[in-house]
Design a protein around this ligand. Structure first.
Ligand SMILES: Nc1nc2c(ncn2[C@@H]2O[C@H](COP(=O)(O)OP(=O)(O)OP(=O)(O)O)[C@@H](O)[C@H]2O)c(=O)[nH]1
Ligand SMILES: [Mg+2]
Length: 207
């Protein structure tokens, strides 16, 4: 039993917990993908994210329970100054672009640049193409995407649609797997993260 938190540490130790961020231009479908993975709801009207939205979802990969805390950063320009603040301490990043808007892929270079100093250097990068149900209106071709996979040095790529649900679960499960493979177990358990937090409040604190 931990004296300060009053919790049985051995229970919390079995769970992984990561903060991740999802970035990309306004209206590419970042909030929609988070809505799909958490509640399966789809809203056809556009409700722009003011500042940042927060979602939480638990996955089971390789017998590990992985909780992802998702920071869904508003993509419209007027929120640009807040971006790096929301990215602080993120352990992984989704880079999202809309297949019907060519600029949204090219702008991911700037998006990554604007948050990269706040990310853990090991943070997995998962590139997601959104709105695959609208592929008749696509403005982006496979060669463009292959070029950006290299340029952004992404760890994985998925075609997704929050409307049909295609590829969404796969993208999040891949992120969860990448996270547990890139970080040491001692870093990602809830208890380890709580210890770090407590050390900040009680200098010299030891479990
Ligand atoms: N057809 C289709 N429309 C989608 C899909 N994903 C999102 N949309 C639509 O695209 C619009 C923008 O979606 P959002 O999820 O709000 O976009 P966002 O990236 O969160 O936008 P910001 O919060 O401004 O950064 C909405 O009208 C959604 O219904 C999809 O997979 N297919
Ligand atoms: Mg949004």
């Amino acid at each position: 039993m931990n004296a300060i938190t009053g919790e049985n540490m051995s229970v919390a130790d079995e769970e992984a917990f990561f903060k991740i961020i999802i970035v990309g231009d306004g209206a590419v479908g970042k909030t929609s993908i988070c809505n799909h993975i958490t509640t399966k709801e789809f809203f056809s009207d556009y409700r722009l994210t003011v500042g940042c939205d927060f979602f939480i979802k638990k996955f089971y990969v390789n017998n590990v329970s992985v909780t992802l805390q998702m920071f869904d950063v508003g993509g419209q320009d007027h929120f640009a100054r807040m971006r790096s603040a929301f990215a602080g301490g993120a352990k992984g990043i989704f880079l999202a672009f809309d297949i019907t808007r060519r600029d949204s892929l090219f702008n991911l270079v700037d998006w990554l640049e604007s948050v990269k100093d706040e990310l853990d250097p090991r943070a997995p990068k998962v590139l997601v193409a959104t709105k695959s149900d609208l592929n008749k209106e696509a403005e982006i071709w496979k060669d463009d995407i292959d070029g950006f996979k290299e340029k952004l040095k992404v760890d994985a790529y998925f075609d997704t649609s929050s409307y049909t649900g295609d590829g969404v679960k796969e993208a999040f499960e891949a992120m969860a797997l990448l996270l547990i493979s890139k970080y040491d177990e001692v870093e990602y358990t809830r208890s380890a993260q709580k210890m770090k937090f407590l050390e900040g409040f009680y200098p010299g604190f030891k479990a």
